[in-house]
Design a protein around this ligand. Structure first.
Ligand SMILES: Nc1nc2c(c(=O)[nH]1)N[C@H]1C(S)=C(S)[C@@H](COP(=O)(O)OP(=O)(O)OC[C@H]3O[C@@H](n4cnc5c(=O)[nH]c(N)nc54)[C@H](O)[C@@H]3O)O[C@H]1N2
Ligand SMILES: Nc1nc2c(c(=O)[nH]1)N[C@H]1C(S)=C(S)[C@@H](COP(=O)(O)OP(=O)(O)OC[C@H]3O[C@@H](n4cnc5c(=O)[nH]c(N)nc54)[C@H](O)[C@@H]3O)O[C@H]1N2
Ligand code: SF4
Ligand SMILES: [Mo]
Length: 731
């Protein structure tokens, strides 16, 4: 038996920890942390280790499948699948045009360098605007805020963890999520180091999360971050604590921001945020006084009703305190392969197009996924008739999966490209088997600018694909060829493609790397990056010790090179805040989400290693609320919103603020293809969320998933109801 150790890196979440795979006779038998990875240095979390179980999962889809009329799937060959998909797609395009073809691409796609590029290129090739991603349930607001502030959707500030004295973290739980929109391996250690050197980490969260528990916690009411941030700014301006030199140097429109904040004194917002005014004022003073501070927000700050405004205010706070683009503050990445600039040139950024339903702006090319169902069911030009779903499970991840499920049955064609027959893939006409990340070569393209310590790594596939699995880009090329389309976003390349000149993803990236700002320019720049150098450093290469400040002026796209603090879109959002406090007498509680260490969105519940100990899905309810609404610990309850209702077990805990109910997403599996996951039970929490265009965040089309007004009721089991009845009879 041939046993080998192969160095690679994990592509489940953003730290991209180093892994070493043990390969025996072409099969991955074990995954272990890579001790020689310069940043993760022997760390990997349980999910990374459990990826070996996904890799070898008996439930994996290994051959193309076609759905029969009775809903079961039959195995077919690749040529059969591709020819039939091609023929049906051609008919749809001939009758309805390319814009009848839509694509939803889920989160794991972001970890492949080739998958997103080829999907976008395919849609541009067929001429369809219908690109949907997990971003509108995750981070589109961040890109929209950057577009308004800096004139570029791609300029994302990341906290300079290694040098900050004060980290204000809004709606993030990196001790569980391992960090997001920042690639920071060993993030717990990095946060601990801040307090060890005398600094502070303050966590703003309605739940005493794992991170909040380890550091300082400011318990805020759900979906009230906008008010909190406005008050922090108000105090800073009112007490003249702002960094006037930074404002004079970097900003335009300061007066408008000052005016925006003025009415939002901590006293005025306390009722909305649930944070005593004195605490807010003290936090503002401490933040302003800190030598080097960074303000950072993640999904908890993104999924409320005002995500773009909140992201804008986070950066504004960085700027006003003199910490934007500054060592130890919020700094900007420099990617050695700036493909974002190329995308920008191609008109992929913010607001370059609008959705047919609701008129929402494109955000880095994508439209709000909450609208897919209505785009399928609403007649007219541009109605979706064919939908591809790759590396996504929108039936569980977007609002109102029931609506989407019903809409999918109206499609003329639906194709899923996945590792499994997921909850969503179950409804597709074809399921095409994708390779896992262990079966493909890769390069962390979108994360190069997000590593808090500049870093680069390249990996080859660790093993050959199992069964007949294929990479997404390769599948896309095959389908495109069958409908006579060259997948490319660049017209000139489409032309060249027709002449047979095509670039593979590997060639494309190698070219970008070598011609990029750190590239070897094909030998003209000594010591520059090239594929050989990356091959010689299989554990990756640290490119610099820190991210440096002082790059912003060069990167801002506004002609005056200043950060805009007065966009009219933001003013309009802030003005809407005045309208009501969002409370609904029948729905007195607020629902938020959370992430768990051994879940990964919806797709790792089939790994026995992660499901050990009889894990179940539970709603976190405060004991006071439980008592008020008659909910018992471990007992069934019904959570209802204006849009739907679910039944789930309650777990009583004072880690949530009274009035807050927390439920993880990605549970409630109903797929035929996930044996372990299906047995785990649980409910689809996103049935409580709205897909109505009027309920989406206006500037980025973000789904409203945190802060949903809900009510709680006990659900009596048959036995309990029986016991009650006999008790009544006796009484
Ligand atoms: N183990 C694990 N790791 C993951 C994932 C996973 O599913 N499991 N998913 C990955 C993905 S796709 C992403 S995008 C990242 C996300 O990374 P994070 O955003 O760091 O992850 P969460 O754990 O969801 O943290 C969000 C926090 O926001 C809080 N919160 C909820 N509502 C509000 C609110 O209104 N205001 C404030 N201030 N806080 C609020 C929640 O209580 C929670 O603690 O994690 C990635 N890492
Ligand atoms: N209520 C609520 N809802 C949320 C969130 C929340 O915090 N609260 N978070 C949102 C966020 S941040 C995200 S990112 C989304 C995630 O939502 P989605 O991206 O829609 O779904 P996932 O659960 O990540 O499912 C990924 C699918 O891809 C498959 N897969 C895994 N690896 C590969 C691969 O390499 N290739 C292919 N082709 N398939 C692969 C898996 O089997 C699985 O079926 O959920 C969002 N929904
Ligand atoms: S933290 Fe994320 S990248 Fe690191 S091993 Fe775990 S899942 Fe993989
Ligand atoms: Mo995400």
């Amino acid at each position: 038996m041939a046993t080998e150790k192969k160095v690679t890196y994990c592509r489940i979440c953003e730290p991209l920890c180093g892994l070493v795979a043990t390969v025996e006779d072409g099969r991955v038998t074990k995954l272990r942390p890579d001790a020689d990875h310069p940043l993760s240095r022997g760390f990997a979390c349980p999910k990374g280790i459990a990826m070996a179980e996904v890799q070898n999962d008996p439930d994996r889809v290994l051959h193309p499948l076609r759905r029969r009329d009775d809903g079961s799937f039959e195995r077919i060959t690749w040529p059969e699948a591709l020819d039939e998909i091609g023929a049906r797609l051609r008919r749809i395009r001939d009758r309805h045009g390319g814009e009848a073809i839509g694509w939803y691409m889920g989160n794991p796609s972001a970890f492949s360098y080739s998958h997103p590029l080829w999907v976008k290129a395919f849609l541009d090739g067929v001429g369809s605007p219908h690109w949907y991603t997990a971003s509108s349930q995750d981070v589109s607001n961040r890109f929209a805020a950057s577009a308004l502030l800096y004139g570029s959707a791609y300029l994302l500030p990341i906290p300079d963890l290694a040098r900050t004295d004060f980290l204000l973290m809004v709606g993030a739980n990196p001790l569980v999520s391992h960090g997001s929109v920042m690639s920071a391996p060993r993030v717990k250690e990095q946060l601990d180091a801040i307090t060890e050197r005398g600094g502070r980490v303050v966590v703003v969260d309605p739940r005493r999360s794992e991170t909040a528990r380890a550091f300082e916690h400011l318990a805020v009411d759900p979906d009230s971050d906008a008010w909190l941030l406005l008050s922090l700014l108000q105090v800073i301006f009112a007490e003249r604590l702002e960094d006037r030199a930074a404002l004079a140097r970097q900003a335009a429109g300061v007066e408008a921001l000052r005016a925006l904040c003025r009415p939002h004194t901590p006293e005025a917002t306390a009722q909305r945020t649930g944070v005593p005014a004195a605490e807010v004022a003290k936090l503002a003073r401490d933040l302003a006084a800190a030598e080097r501070a960074a303000v950072y927000g993640r999904t908890g700050s993104c999924l409320g009703r005002n995500g773009t405004l909140v992201a804008f205010l986070l950066d504004a706070l960085n700027l006003v305190t003199g910490n934007l683009d500054h060592e130890g503050g919020a700094v900007f990445g420099d990617s050695p392969l700036p493909f974002e600039e190329l995308l920008e040139r191609l008109g992929v950024g913010y607001g370059n197009g609008r959705s047919r339903i609701g008129g929402f702006p494109e955000v880095i090319g994508a439209l709000p996924a909450s609208l897919i169902a209505k785009e399928i069911t609403t007649p007219g030009p541009g109605q979706i008739r064919a939908l591809f779903v790759s590396a996504g499970n929108p039936l569980l991840s977007v609002p109102n999966g029931d609506e989407l499920e019903a809409a999918m049955s109206e499609l003329d064609l639906c194709v899923a490209i996945d590792l499994y027959v997921s909850d969503t893939a179950r409804h597709a006409d074809f399921v095409l088997p994708a390779t896992t990340f262990l079966e493909r070569e890769d390069f962390p393209l979108p994360f190069l600018g997000l590593f808090t310590t500049p870093f680069i790594q390249m990996t080859e596939a660790v093993v050959e694909p199992r069964g007949e699995a294929r990479q997404e880009w390769d599948i896309i090329e095959e389908i495109a060829e069958r409908i006579g389309v060259v997948p490319s976003s660049v017209a000139a390349l489409r032309l060249l493609g027709r002449l047979g000149l095509r670039l593979s993803p590997r060639r494309l990236v190698e070219l970008g790397l070598r011609l990029g700002p750190k590239g070897d320019l094909f030998g003209l720049r000594r010591g520059g990056l090239n594929p050989r150098r990356l091959r010689d450093h299989p554990h990756g290469l640290v490119l610099a010790e820190h991210r440096e400040g002082g790059v912003l002026a060069r990167k801002i796209r506004h002609p005056d090179k200043r950060v805009r603090l007065d966009p009219p879109e933001i003013r309009a959002e802030a003005e809407r805040l005045a309208a009501g406090n969002g409370h609904h007498p029948d729905l007195p509680l607020r629902l938020i989400g959370l992430r768990e260490l051994r879940s990964h969105n919806s797709w790792m519940h089939n790994a026995p290693l992660l499901m050990r100990g009889g894990r179940t899905h539970a709603a976190r309810v405060h004991p006071e609320d439980a008592e008020r609404y008659g909910i018992g610990d471990g007992k069934r309850c019904r959570i209802s919103s204006a849009y739907g209702s679910i039944e789930i077990d309650a777990k009583l805990t004072d880690e949530v603020k009274p009035g807050t109910v927390a439920v993880p997403h990605g549970w409630g599996h109903r797929s035929g293809g996930w044996t372990v996951a299906n047995e785990a039970g649980g409910a689809n929490v996103n049935l409580l969320a709205s897909s109505d265009p009027d309920d989406l965040e206006r500037l980025a089309g973000m789904a409203f998933l945190n802060g949903i007004p809900v009510r709680l009721e006990p659900v009596r089991t048959a036995i309990e109801s029986g016991a009650e009845q006999s008790a009544t009879a006796v009484g």
